[in-house]
Design a protein around this ligand. Sequence first.
Ligand code: TRP
Length: 358
Amino acid sequence: MTAPTTTPQDTFEAARLRSEELEKKVLDHPDQFRVLTGDRPTGRLHVGHLFGTLQNRVRLQRLGVASFIVIADYQVLTDREACEGIAKNVRELTLDYLAAGLDPHCAHTFIFPHSHVPELNQLLVVFLTLVTNAELDRNPTVKEEIQATGAKQINAGMYTYPVHQAADILFCKANLVPVGKDQLPHLEMTRTIARRFNARYGPVFPEPQALLSAAPQIKGLDGSLKMSKSRNNAIALSASEDETAALIRSATTDGNRIITYEPETRPEVANLLLLASLASGEAPESIAARIGDGGAGMLKRILTEALNEHLRPMRQRRKLLEQNPDHIRNVLMSGIGHAREMAEKTLCEVRKIMDMEL
Ligand code: TRP
C-alpha cells in the first residue's frame, strides 16, 4: 500500500479550515490576540489591497485586537539595487493605511518601518542559526520571486527575508497574522523558528497562526491573475474619479453582450462584477441580472459609480492627510517607539534565556 501524499492543495485547505476556526475565536475573545502584518513599501496601494487585506485589518482593529503593522522597507532591497524613493514610499503607504481606516489614535494600532527598530533586527541574527540553507532554498514563494526578477545573481537577502519576517512577527509575540496564500510558507517558517528556539533555549515565543482573508483574489483589469501595480492593471486607492473611470473603460471584457456572473467561463466580466459587488454590497449575480443585455458598457458605468462612491471618503481623508506631513511623521515615530519598547523587552528575554546576559 502506498502512503497518502499531501499536495500543496491539501495544506492550503488545512490552513483555510484552521483560519475559519480562528476567525470564530477572534470574534469571541479579541483580547487574546495580537496581530502583526504588513507590506513592502513599493508604491501606492490599490483596490486589490483594499478588498484583499486592508478592510480586514480595519475590521480586526474595530474588534479591539492590538495590531502591529510593519512596513517592510528592508525587504524592498531583496530584488533591486536602487533604494531611491523608499522614504517617500513609506509615507505614501502610511497615507493609504490611514485613509483606509487604520487608526493609530485608537491606541492599539501601531505602524512602523522595521528599519527603525534595531532590536527586531538583532533577533534576525539568532533566528538565522535556527534554519538550514536547504530549508531556505525550498521556499516556494521565494522561488517564484526569484524567477520573476529574471536576474542571474540573487542576493542572500532574498533567501533570508522569510527569517527576517519571522523576526517581524515574533518580536512582539504576535499570534495572529492576516495574510494572503502566498505568505503561508513564510508563516510556516516563523512557526518552525519559534518552535526550535523554544525547544533549544526555553519557552519565549508563541507559534503564530495565519488568518487567511475571506475575500477572493482580485484579478487585474486586463483579466490577468492578479491586480498589481507592476502589471499596470490596477486602480490605485488614491486615483482620481476620472482616472478610475478611464481605467475601468479600458478593462478587458468578452464578446458576449449579455452580462452573467460566471467566474469559470467569463473571468474578466466576473471580476468586474465582483469589484462592483465588493464596492456596493449587492451580490454579483444580482448586478448581472440588472444589467442583462445592457452589455459591457453598462457594467463599466455601474462599476465606476459604485467604486468611486465607495472610495470617496477614503480619498477625501487622504487629501487632508497629504497636507499634514508632520502628522504622518508623528504616526510613524509613535509606532516606532512602541515597537522598540516591545522589541527591547523580547530581546532582553532572549539574551537571558540564551545565557548572553552580562
Ligand atoms: N512579505 C510581505 C509582502 O511581501 C510583507 C511582510 C514583511 C509581512 N513582514 C511581514 C507580512 C510580516 C506579514 C507579516 O507582502
